[in-house]
Design a protein. Structure first.
Length: 201
């Protein structure tokens, strides 16, 4: 009797690069979610700010951090070669503020996701990040906000929406208290949604 050895891990293995330039709480959550995953791993953290908290999170989890330079990112093939060398299949944006260059959008079409801390298409676009989003939501008198997970393309916050979850905006909310509620939603959903998309890749 002959037996054929098939290695299900190597044939279906998928690697993520997380692009982040802030504190990295979402990155931490995603790294933890996939740390025991049978065929998906976080292979690389890409960051444009050497002092960002996410660099320490990468180090604490033995994940290499690639520090990128603006000139190189937006010129020619950018960091496509480095991503290919690291065998990255999927890019997760988690607090990354630079636009994604066309080369990367083309190479990873429908394989780049972003999370936005509001219910797109409202309160998105250039300059709408961090506290500014929550301030705008409160100033507009919204009674509801939330998170949007969407495919990223060459425009800010314009790719197809994959998932949204909402939460109330309370009369007494400050941008900070609303940000905290939104962060809770992000941590609850982002890794799970990524997991679901990647299983279907
Ligand atoms: C999140 O609020 C996310 O919606 C936005 O950037 C923030 C990153 O937060 N895109 P953290 O660094 O993961 O805590």
């Amino acid at each position: 009797m002959t037996s054929v050895l098939v290695n299900p891990v190597s044939s279906s293995h998928k690697s993520i690069a997380i692009f982040a330039s802030g504190t990295g709480t979402n990155a931490k959550n995603i790294i933890e979610h996939f740390s025991q995953h049978p065929f998906i791993n976080v292979q690389l953290v890409v960051c444009n700010k050497p002092t960002a908290g996410v660099v320490d999170i990468a180090a604490a989890n033995q994940i290499p951090a690639l520090l990128i330079d603006k000139e190189k990112f937006f010129r020619g093939t950018g960091y496509l070669n480095e991503l290919k060398e690291a065998q990255i299949d999927f890019i997760v944006l988690a607090g990354f503020l630079w636009k994604i260059p066309q080369t990367l959008v083309d190479a990873y079409r429908n394989r780049i996701v972003n999370i936005h801390p509001a219910l797109l298409p409202k309160f998105g676009g250039k300059g709408m990040y961090g506290t500014k989003v929550h301030e705008a939501v409160i100033a507009a008198g919204e009674t509801e906000s939330g998170i949007t997970i969407h495919y990223a393309n060459e425009d800010y916050d314009k790719g197809d929406i994959i998932f949204q979850a909402s939460c109330p905006v309370l009369r007494e909310d400050s941008a900070e208290s609303l940000a905290e509620r939104i962060h809770g939603l992000e941590h609850k959903h982002y890794a799970k949604v990524i997991d679901k998309i990647m299983i279907e890749l």
